[in-house]
Design a protein around this ligand. Structure first.
Ligand SMILES: Cc1cc2nc3c(=O)[nH]c(=O)nc-3n(C[C@H](O)[C@H](O)[C@H](O)COP(=O)(O)OP(=O)(O)OC[C@H]3O[C@@H](n4cnc5c(N)ncnc54)[C@H](O)[C@@H]3O)c2cc1C
Length: 425
């Protein structure tokens, strides 16, 4: 019997447990995997440490900022790049067209000046065209959407955008077409990364004193009788259930769910990520901390350099790169396993990042949940599922529990919501 039973040992679950424990309550986390950490876990191959995809810390919320303040971090001022057909453009492309040939710049600028007028209820493609003009929209963010979100932009809503995409003025577009000495317009002014231990070290700090049981995959929940059955045959009773399990899986686990809720939850879908991680025996693979790839014939959408996040991520004098290829139930991976690794190694050569002969460590793995996809009916379906979960007395937290595009600091706050529910215990 657990007073507060928490499913999932990622940052949302750990935050919930930490906050409940500090409030004097008994909280236990049950984590399906053999190691806790979720998306913030990492792995090491021949002395090269890799996070689960690119991760930096940033926050504008006070409680999480306090956690970051207590950790010794490198500060990074974002300068991402974009790769397209042999050219490297500063990010974001729309106000950094400088490397393009003159006629392509003119075409892009004319189209920017002739942007379609704003339309209520625009889908993501229409929104992109309204912001950047059809030429830039089609050539860059629309193409990237198909790689990163695995779906055509007209099928997506704009609910998730927030301040993530920079909307330049004509003056900024013109300026960025004439010089590469443009100011950074990335939506974050600076980002932090722990000097030691990878991104997971932030989580290790939060997990101190928290009771986490690993290898405990929940398979069925009875919210009336308040118990959970686990894959190992055990059963646990609870007073309050907090779950960071992906929402569609959570709904599928609950006994007696109405058909309409089942269907709404089953319609929610997310991207998955195939990660190829490479260690090099030379000091400087690639030139950038991270970059995006637009070419359709190159499968990864994003690449980052773990050794640039912190030298502690690679052996002395060595370097590392990690490639993210996105897929989903509507866009399967064209190449898997060794075939994808070979494709990535060829990409290393094609983009001039390093030499194949210097690769000394290699890892392939799949993250089943990457980004929740905001297709046009998603918000409605999510509302239906979350309403039912709430009525069942379950607090659903975290990126996949809330089914939202949340950063780790937001998941920390999401787990903290447990404090609002302690009074009823
Ligand atoms: C590509 C990518 C890049 C990102 N970059 C950044 C970044 O730079 N900065 C940033 O702040 N955030 C970033 N994020 C977001 C961040 O990783 C997440 O917001 C955060 O880690 C999610 O934490 P969580 O606890 O909600 O979910 P998870 O970390 O997914 O934890 C959920 C846990 O539940 C467990 N679980 C699932 N099913 C069961 C079950 N049936 N029983 C028991 N346990 C179960 C899982 O094993 C998992 O450990 C990024 C995310 C991605 C995908």
């Amino acid at each position: 019997m657990a007073e507060i039973l928490i499913l999932g040992g990622g940052i949302a679950g750990i935050s919930a447990a930490g906050h409940a424990t500090k409030a004097g309550r008994e909280a236990v986390i049950f984590e399906a995997a053999e190691r806790w950490g979720g998306l913030l876990d990492n792995f090491t191959v021949k002395g090269y440490r890799f996070d689960r995809a690119v991760h930096f810390a940033f926050s504008n919320n006070e409680p999480f900022q306090r956690v970051l303040d207590s950790i010794d971090c490198h500060i990074h001022y974002p300068e991402p790049y974009n790769y397209e057909r042999g050219r490297w453009l500063k990010h974001p492309v729309q106000n950094n067209l400088y490397p393009l040939p003159a006629e392509e710049k003119v075409e892009a600028i004319l189209s920017f000046m002739d942007r379609p007028s704003r339309k209520e209820d625009a889908n993501y493609r229409e929104w992109l065209e309204q912001q950047f003009g059809t030429v830039i929209a089609e050539r860059y963010p629309c193409r990237y959407t198909e790689k990163y979100w695995t779906v055509s932009p007209e099928k997506m809503s704009t609910d998730w955008i927030g301040n993530r995409l920079y909307r330049p003025s004509l003056k900024e577009v013109l300026y960025g077409a004439m010089t590469d000495e443009t100011p950074s317009t990335y939506y974050l002014p600076k980002m932090l990364y722990p000097k030691q231990g990878g991104f997971r070290s932030i989580l290790e700090k939060l997990a101190r004193g928290v009771d986490i049981r690993t290898g405990k995959k929940a398979v069925s929940i009875d919210p009336q009788k308040k118990y959970i059955d686990f894959a190992d045959g055990s059963r646990e009773y609870y007073d309050l259930l907090v779950s960071s399990v992906p929402l569609p899986e959570l709904v599928a686990m609950i006994k007696g769910v109405p058909q309409a809720v089942k269907e709404a939850a089953a319609g929610l879908w997310a991207t998955s990520i195939a990660l190829v991680s490479l260690g090099f025996r030379v000091p400087r693979a690639g030139k950038h901390l991270w970059f995006y790839i637009y070419d359709r014939d190159i499968l990864p959408a994003r690449v980052h350099a773990p050794y640039r996040k912190s030298p502690d991520n690679a052996p002395p004098g060595c370097s590392s790169l990690q490639f993210e290829t996105y897929f989903s139930r509507i866009k399967p991976l064209p190449l898997e396993g060794e075939e994808l690794v070979e494709h990535v190694i060829n990409t290393v050569g094609k983009l001039g990042l390093a030499e194949k002969k210097d690769i000394v460590a290699c890892d392939y793995r799949v993250l089943p949940y990457g980004n929740v996809v905001f297709d046009r009916d998603m918000v409605e379906r999510r509302h239906c599922a979350l309403k039912y979960i709430g009525e069942s007395g379950i607090l659903s937290v975290g990126r996949f529990g809330e089914w939202d595009y949340l950063w780790s600091d937001q998941c920390f706050l999401s787990g903290r919501r447990v404090l609002d529910h302690l009074a009823v215990l």
